[in-house]
Design a protein around this ligand. Structure first.
Ligand code: ATP
Ligand code: MG
Ligand code: MG
Ligand code: MG
Length: 581
């Protein structure tokens, strides 16, 4: 392939577009990849469309590799399926709704769970038909409140969405993991720096999900991570603590101080006596780590209770959450935890049982928590706030934190160290949908025993157009874009400089040789354009290798420059094609 800049439909711009704030938006417009048609709506120019298709190709190859089959749905969709799942309402202002000439309601698809569910329902009826994964690469429409950052958040954008259909949860897990693996390959091939985080499922309505976030300062998502590898979108850790409905049932006596109630001061004294720090004395407000507290019950029985994973809450003047017996505060070990499966590993912050401040309770649920686990118990009163935990209400089965808010320094729920926050761009999202859609739309199959069962589903999205911008966010410098080779619009940007016909003849020849060797060439064959302008354009456009045919030709060499490192070397013109192929 040879793209000749003398005829290429391209005008690079010297100035940033006025509405552009982030580098990818500025650079993609300036380098002539996209043009704005309306807010959040962009046209793809030849170079941009090439990059977009390169991204699509990678996505397609990896989806095909896990046996997913490509289909293509319309973007213009009828209201009824979305009515059946309640999303016609739920999406609120975020979807584009329209009417046909007869007054029938339609929408422009923001995502296609309903349509895929119905298609499979149309054609399949037995467990023998499953597993099945289908995907499409499709234009989606969402009337985003704040379309910003160019194609990073469009109102029209390209998404790869796939859907898995399985007869059991075990079978579903295989489909989910296959997708997860494919996503890792896709984002690796796209050259992105990313993290996989626990996420909420939002409008998808499923139970568990993970996001692939590209690490970028301009990301709109904030996530937390720990040194030990825990990572979650803060959206997933800000689920409000369920209101402790039974609070008023707590006898008044426990809303007051009692002489038996250890205060933070008594705990601090105890820590200093039994667990002295190396550097200084414990004080109120310190982080407590892995402390096992034993709670005394009314019947005299003692129950070990883990409190105080790292946290930096101010606990001054607050009563300790659990009414603990200071004498039995002990270090907490994994063995203790194993011996007491009913324990919830947690941090207890300000806002305590006795203070009618339930919203102040912060807790982190260990992944091993089980339904019915008891949380905090008072000295002689079960703490009703969080006793009898209910999966889905008080915690998610995968151990996602449910807390009023999460802050830097909070402990990771898996004990892998203190959390820190960082920003990311959501590039991919994989959802466990369960049977929600199958039930709402009646997708059932006969199982092995001839019984009708709802199908269990997953849904999986990649922001294909967003990826183009995310790559640029990850990979650019002051001069322009630096494309990873596999998505770049060409392999080599060949620049012919000067006025000398011999230069252009040599460059023409080299372009032909490279093309014959399968190298994709963007060839700056423009006459009458200064070398400075050509060099600037080549840096802005961002093809990974730049080859300059110019003055050096007199000595029989061309200059080969690496766009990423800036390194240059002279290569004999006769060897150039084989050198670059
Ligand atoms: P965001 O949190 O950024 O709004 P989302 O959670 O609403 O994204 P999903 O419904 O999970 O998005 O869609 C799957 C993928 O589609 C996202 O991971 C993202 O890569 C992409 N995507 C979503 N909205 C947009 C948009 N407005 N423009 C470009 N890509 C988008
Ligand atoms: Mg969104
Ligand atoms: Mg999101
Ligand atoms: Mg999402």
């Amino acid at each position: 392939m040879i793209l000749r800049m003398s005829t290429l439909f391209l005008r690079t711009l010297r100035d940033d577009p006025v509405d552009a704030e982030v580098p990818s938006h500025k650079l993609l417009v300036r380098a002539g990849y996209v043009r704005r048609a309306a807010p959040g709506i962009y046209s793809w120019l030849p170079l941009g469309y090439t990059v977009l298709r390169n991204v699509e190709k990678i996505v397609r190859e990896e989806m095909d590799a896990i046996g997913a089959q490509e289909v293509h749905f319309p973007a213009l969709l009828p209201r009824e399926p979305y009515e059946a799942t309640n999303r016609w309402e739920e999406y609120g202002d975020n979807i584009f709704r329209l009417q046909d000439r007869k007054g029938g309601d339609y929408l422009l698809g923001p995502t296609h769970e309903e349509m895929f569910t119905l298609l499979v329902k149309d054609l399949y009826s037995s467990y023998k038909d499953l597993p099945l994964s289908l995907y499409q690469i499709q234009t989606k429409y969402r009337d985003e409140a704040r379309p910003r950052a160019g194609i990073l958040r469009g109102r029209e954008f390209v998404m790869k969405d796939s859907y898995s259909f399985d007869v059991s949860d075990e079978a579903f897990m295989k489909s989910y993991l296959a997708h997860r693996g494919a996503y890792i390959k896709i984002f690796d091939r796209l050259g992105l720096e990313y993290v996989i985080v626990k996420a909420t499922s939002g409008a998808m309505g499923g139970s568990a999900s993970e996001e692939f976030l590209v690490t970028a300062v301009n990301g709109e998502d904030t996530y937390v991570r720990s040194p030990g590898g825990y990572a979650a979108n803060v959206e997933a850790v800000t689920t409000p603590v369920p209101p402790p409905v039974a609070y008023d049932d707590v006898p008044a006596a426990h809303a007051e101080d009692t002489p038996d109630t250890p205060t933070i001061e008594t705990l601090v004294d105890h820590l200093n006596a039994h667990f002295p720090r190396d550097d200084r004395r414990w004080q109120a407000g310190d982080t407590l780590k892995n402390v096992l507290v034993v709670v005394r019950h009314p019947d005299g029985s003692r129950e070990p209770l883990a409190i105080g994973l790292p946290g930096d809450r101010e606990v001054d003047e607050k009563r300790l959450q659990a009414q603990v017996e200071p004498a039995v505060v002990e270090p907490f070990t994994e063995a203790d935890f194993a011996a007491h499966p009913a324990l919830v590993r947690g941090y207890i912050g300000p806002g305590v049982l006795g203070e009618k401040n339930p919203s102040g309770i912060r807790y982190l649920v260990d992944p091993r928590v089980v339904e019915g686990t008891r949380w905090v118990t008072g000295a002689d009163e079960p703490g009703r706030h969080v006793i009898d935990l209910v999966a889905g209400r008080d915690f998610t089965p995968d151990g996602t934190i449910e807390a009023a808010e999460v802050r830097a320094g909070d402990p990771a729920p898996d004990g892998s160290g203190p959390l820190e926050t960082a920003r990311g761009i959501e590039m991919g999202h994989i959802f466990q949908l369960g049977r929600t859609y199958a039930e709402a739309l009646g997708l059932q199959v006969l199982d092995e025993n001839g019984k009708l069962v709802p199908v269990t589903m997953g849904s999986y999205g990649v922001g294909v157009s967003r990826a183009v911008a995310a790559i640029v966010e990850n990979s650019h410098d002051d001069a322009g874009i630096i494309w990873p080779r596999e998505v770049a619009p060409a392999d080599v940007h060949l620049v012919a400089t000067g006025k000398d016909d011999a230069v252009f003849e040599a460059a023409d020849r080299l372009a032909g040789e490279l093309d014959a060797a399968g190298v994709r060439v963007l060839y700056d064959d423009r006459r009458g354009v200064s070398p400075g302008v050509k060099f600037k354009d080549s840096e802005l456009i961002g093809v990974p290798t730049i080859v300059v045919v110019g003055r050096g030709l007199a000595d029989g060499v061309v200059e080969v420059k690496d766009r990423t490192t800036g390194e240059r070397e002279n290569v004999a013109v006769a060897d150039a094609a084989s050198h670059l192929a």
